[in-house]
Ligand binder design. Structure first.
Ligand code: ATP
Ligand code: MG
Length: 233
């Protein structure tokens, strides 16, 4: 079976500094790839290239047969790629519900009755039904991460890009997010999960790609890379 995503020989320099130097990997449908590596080695940039926010200098990203490097972000989202950001950026003055409904209706400009129903379903799925009418700015970090996930699910992705979703969460919030991501994955959604933490990667990732300061990469199972002492606890 063809992989869902094939990333090949990505190179990217910013201001003359070579950040990615031939990074590539494959991801099957429903598979979870962990993305780890030291700060500033291009993890977020890899996600930005896949979702169309950054153009690579060379290389290709083929998702379900489409070359994403030729497409604008909204088309890529429409093909089934959702993402969350390293720093959540909700519309803080809008309600939690409005934040999700805007994502559901994105690109259409017109709100249909079924968009509201879908937004409610998504909020139920991430466990935020009881906070629908709160201004998004009032949510705790854990709830904010789950709001981000609800927004990312609005386009029914087959691939979800998650940029350090577990950063700065309490143990309880971490447990809730872990359960949510596992349940989403069980429904067949593939993921690329940026995290430095071995406990997180061991629970969620089938394989891990490790970026390096040289712009190259190594790939292995969580166990192999953990044995090398490459990841944080
Ligand atoms: N759009 C941009 N314009 C200029 N420089 C950029 C841009 N995006 C990223 N960079 C630079 O590329 C380097 C790597 O960035 P990136 O955010 O991809 O790394 P990262 O592995 O996600 O780091 P972290 O672990 O801190 O999140 C940084 O030095 C950053 O300043
Ligand atoms: Mg980053």
């Amino acid at each position: 079976m063809d992989p869902l995503l094939v990333v090949s020989r990505l190179t990217k320099a910013f201001n003359g500094v070579q950040l990615l130097h031939g990074v590539g990997f494959r991801l099957g449908a429903g598979e979870v790839l962990g993305l780890a590596g030291p700060n500033g080695t291009g993890k977020t940039t890899i996600l930005n290239i896949i979702c169309g926010l950054v153009r690579p200098d060379a290389g290709a990203v083929i998702f379900d047969g489409h070359d994403l490097t030729e497409l604008p972000p909204h088309r890529i989202a429409g093909l089934g790629v959702g993402r969350t950001f390293q720093l959540p950026r909700p519309m803080r003055d809008l309600t939690v519900f409005e934040n999700v409904v805007v994502a559901v209706a994105a690109g259409r400009g017109v709100l249909r009755p079924r968009d509201r129903a879908k937004a409610r379903d998504l909020l139920a799925r991430v466990g935020l039904s009881d906070r629908e009418q709160w201004p998004a700015g009032r949510l705790s970090s854990g709830a904010l991460r789950r709001l981000e996930v609800a927004r990312a699910l609005a386009t029914c992705p087959r691939l979800l890009l998650l940029d350090e979703p577990f950063a700065a969460l309490s143990i309880k919030e971490e447990r809730e997010l872990m359960a949510l991501l596992k349940s989403i994955n069980r429904q067949g959604v593939a993921m690329i999960l940026v995290s430095h933490r071995r406990r997180i990667l061991r629970q969620l990732a089938h394989r891990v790609l490790l970026t390096t300061a040289e712009g190259t990469f190594r790939e292995g199972t969580p166990g192999e890379l953990l044995a090398d002492g490459e990841l944080e606890v």
